[in-house]
Design a protein around this ligand. Structure first.
Ligand code: COI
Length: 359
C-alpha cells in the first residue's frame, strides 16, 4: 500500500451536474490524484480537491508540449461495486508514451492504486445510466520553468475524473467521417504511437474543416504516400471486408495501441472471425465498397467505445456503409464489451479491476 495523503474538498460541486445531459468531458469530479517528480524520483502521492493550479508563464510544457495522457473508464457493476476496465494496459501505455517524450516512467501499480482510491472517494460521481461511465484522465507534464529546448527535470502527474455519456452526440448511430489527404497527423519515426498533446494539436485544423462540412471526424492517411489508412485520432478504425476483420497494424508506429482495439481483436479471434492486422490502402476500401465486400466500418476507443461509421467521404466521393446503419458485428462488439464492463456478461479474461464498494 502506497502512502497517499488525502485532503478532502470543502463541499461538493456535484449539484451542478445535469445528469440527463452529461455529454463528454464537461463535468469534473471533486478530487484529483497528484504526484510530483523532483530530485530524480516520483513521490508526494496525494489526493486533493479539484481546482485551479498555480503556473508560471515559463512552464516548459506550455512552450514545448512535453505532455502525455491516458483515458480509461469506471462503470457501476450491476452485481454491486465498480469495475475499472483494463487499467494496467493504460498504465503500460502511459509509460510507453513517457519513454517517447523523455518523461520518467511512473510506477504502474501506484497509478492504479491512486485511481482506485480516487474513484472510491468520488464514487457518487459515477453515472448510473446506460451507456454512461466515469472517464478517468491521467496526465503527465513537464513542470519545469525555463525557455531552453530540453526535457524538464521535474514533472507532475494528475489524474482527474469526469462523468460522461457517449463521445459523439450520435451515440451508437453511425457517424460520417472524412478521409483527408490535405493534412497529415503523424509521421513514421514521430509521435504517432504515443498519447501526447502534439498529435491532437496536429489533428485540430483538419478536424475543424471536416466538422464545417458535417463530418464527425477525420480518417488520417499515412504522411508519406497519403494512401494507407492510419486511424481517426480519437479512435482506431476497423473494416469488415468480406468475412475478415481488417485493421491497420501497430508496427508502423503511427497509430495508438488502443485498449478497445486490443479487446475487439481478442474477442473476434475467440469468436472464430478471421482477423488481419495489415496495411490498408484507401483504394482497397473504395474497391471493396464498389464490389459490395465492405460490410461494416467502425471506430474503437475508450471514449468512443464502438462507433459505427455510416459514411466515408474520400475526394468528394461518398461511400455509404451498410445503408448507413449499425452492422451486426459492431453491435455484438458493443454489447459484449459494455456487458463485461457493467457485469452483465461474464468477465472471462479478468479485464475488470473490481472495487468492492457500495454505490
Ligand atoms: C480516449 O478514447 O480515451 C481518448 O483519449 C480519445 C479522445 C477523447 C482524446
Amino acid at each position: 500500500m502506497t502512502d497517499i495523503k488525502v485532503t478532502k474538498s470543502q463541499g461538493s460541486r456535484i449539484g451542478n451536474v445535469d445528469w440527463n445531459n452529461l455529454r463528454f468531458g464537461v463535468y469534473f469530479s471533486d478530487h484529483i490524484f497528484v504526484a510530483d517528480y523532483i530530485g530524480g524520483k516520483w513521490g508526494d502521492f496525494r489526493i486533493e480537491p479539484y481546482g485551479q493550479m498555480p503556473m508560471e508563464p515559463s512552464l516548459c510544457t506550455l512552450h514545448y508540449g512535453q505532455s502525455i495522457f491516458e483515458g480509461l473508464k469506471a462503470f457501476p457493476d450491476q452485481n454491486g461495486g465498480v469495475n475499472i476496465f483494463r487499467p494496467m494496459m493504460n498504465a503500460k501505455r502511459l509509460n510507453h508514451s513517457a519513454s517517447r517524450l523523455c518523461i520518467p516512467e511512473f510506477d504502474e501499480n501506484i497509478l492504479i492504486e491512486g485511481i482506485e482510491k480516487l474513484v472510491e472517494l468520488d464514487k457518487q460521481w459515477i453515472p448510473k445510466a446506460e451507456g454512461c461511465s466515469l472517464y478517468i484522465r491521467p496526465v503527465v507534464y513537464g513542470s519545469g520553468n525555463f525557455l531552453g529546448v530540453h526535457a524538464s527535470d521535474t514533472y507532475r502527474l494528475i489524474v482527474m475524473t469526469s462523468p460522461v455519456a457517449s463521445y459523439y452526440p450520435e451515440g451508437l448511430n453511425p457517424v460520417k467521417i472524412l478521409v483527408t489527404s490535405d493534412y497529415v497527423r503523424v509521421v513514421r519515426g514521430g509521435l504517432g504511437s504515443a498519447k501526447t498533446a502534439a498529435n491532437y494539436a496536429a489533428s485540430l485544423l483538419g478536424g475543424m474543416k471536416a466538422k464545417e462540412h458535417g463530418y464527425a471526424q477525420v480518417l488520417w492517411l499515412d504522411a508519406i504516400s497519403r494512401e494507407y489508412i492510419d486511424e481517426v485520432g480519437a479512435m482506431n478504425i476497423m473494416f469488415v471486408i468480406d468475412d475478415t476483420l481488417v485493421t491497420p497494424p501497430l508496427d508502423q508506429g503511427t497509430i495508438l495501441a488502443g485498449v478497445t482495439r486490443d479487446t475487439v481483436l481478442a474477442l473476434a479471434r475467440e469468436w472464430g472471425i478471421k482477423v488481419a492486422e495489415r496495411r490498408i490502402a484507401i483504394t482497397e476500401i473504395i474497391e471493396a465498397h464498389r464490389n459490395g465486400y465492405l460490410k461494416e466500418v467502425f471506430g474503437t476507443g475508450t471514449a468512443a467505445v464502438i462507433s459505427p461509421v455510416g459514411l466515408l467521404n474520400y475526394k468528394d466521393q461518398d461511400m455509404i456503409i451498410n445503408n448507413g446503419e449499425i452492422g451486426e458485428l459492431s453491435k455484438k462488439f458493443y454489447q459484449t464489451i459494455t456487458g463485461i464492463q457493467t457485469g452483465k456478461v461474464e468477465d472471462n479474461h479478468k479485464w475488470n479491476n473490481h472495487i468492492n464498494i457500495e454505490l
